[in-house]
Every structure is written in structure tokens, then in C-alpha cells.
Design a protein. Structure first.
Length: 193
């Protein structure tokens, strides 16, 4: 009888302690950077601000999400990354549908609302906001929306990569709200030189 080995991570820290960061080796020996270095670097990557919604037997659920991307035009598909144990992650897994609402400039209050900032005062995130129902989840007024059915959910680390086939689009054709370095940003074209 052989014992299964438990995967371990081996810390590779500098001896001088100057950098304050450690790398990790996975069970296959692949070196990965320290979590804090990764988070700090990602703060400097601008992302569109989205609210992912879903609709099912428990009613609508929604959350602010920045990890969103187009995946393919053939077939039209997108992906969102949702924390596996979050309300939105669990609801999308159950409902097998979701809607990605790309928020327009000026919608930072809506982004904060769906990030849970006001849940103590207003637990119903959809109360008193302008939206319409769809089979995939609420479509927020002013947003460019991608209504999707789940094709695959791939778990990686703490998050689920949800791949959705796009079944309907609402194209608001407005500049998106962006997020970078811990604050909301607006997107402007670079001047031609």
C-alpha cells in the first residue's frame, strides 16, 4: 500500500529579507510569485467595471466584477472570473446563466452598491435602480450588456472561470467606467502625435 503525498508549497524567500516577498513552488516545482507582489502589480492594470447578474429560483443576484473578457467571436463568448464561494459565484453555478453589465462612465455609485458597500443600509441591491429583467439576469440601464448561458465553469485557485455563450447584447455604445490603482477612472483616447 502506497501513501498519497499531500501537495505542498515551498517558500523561496530572499535571505536578506529586504524585498519582503517570497516566491512559492507548486507541487510540480513551478515557481510562482508572492501574492502581495501579484496584487500590487495588478493594481496598475486598468479593467472595465462590470456588474454580473444572474436570475434563478432564488431571484436576482448581482455583484461588481472586474475580471471580464471577450473570449471568442466564433462562437460569440465571454468569460468572467467569480470567487467560488461568493453569492454570485454560487448563484451562477446553480442558475447556469449570467449577464455581464459593462458600466458606463459616471456609474461608480452603482459599482459600489453591487460591491456590497451599502448592504447594511440597503440589502436589496436591485431596489430602486433602473433595470429590466432578462432570462440571464437583470440588465442595468445605461450598461452594455452581454446575456449568456454557461458553457463551462473551470475552477482555478479561489475563483471559477465562467465561460458564457452570448445569447443577446444590449449595446449602449457609451464609454466604460474603468478601475485602476484602487480608484474609478475614465477612458480617453490618447492624442495622436
Amino acid at each position: 500500500m502506497t501513501k498519497e503525498k499531500t501537495p505542498i508549497a515551498i517558500e523561496l524567500c530572499p535571505k536578506d529579507g529586504m524585498s519582503g516577498a517570497c516566491n512559492f513552488a507548486t507541487k510540480t516545482g513551478q515557481i510562482m510569485v508572492d501574492r502581495s507582489l501579484f496584487i500590487e502589480a495588478m493594481r496598475h492594470v486598468a479593467q472595465s467595471v462590470t456588474v454580473v447578474t444572474t436570475l434563478g429560483e432564488d431571484g436576482p443576484t448581482g455583484a461588481t466584477v472586474s475580471a471580464f473578457s471577450s473570449l471568442s467571436a466564433d462562437p460569440p463568448s465571454v468569460l468572467v472570473c467569480l470567487r467560488s464561494d461568493s453569492r454570485i459565484g454560487l448563484a451562477v453555478g446553480r442558475n447556469r446563466v449570467f449577464c455581464v453589465n459593462v458600466l458606463p462612465e459616471g456609474a461608480s455609485a452603482l459599482a459600489r452598491r453591487f460591491a456590497g458597500r451599502f448592504d447594511a443600509e440597503e440589502p436589496d441591491r436591485f431596489g430602486a435602480i433602473d433595470c429590466r429583467d432578462s432570462a440571464s439576469g437583470p440588465v442595468l440601464s445605461g450598461a452594455t450588456a452581454f446575456e449568456c448561458t454557461v458553457d463551462q465553469i473551470i475552477t482555478h485557485g479561489s475563483h471559477d472561470i465562467c465561460i458564457g455563450n452570448v445569447t443577446a447584447i444590449t449595446n449602449a455604445a457609451t464609454p466604460p467606467l474603468a478601475y485602476m490603482d484602487g480608484i474609478f477612472q475614465i477612458v480617453r483616447p490618447e492624442e495622436a502625435s
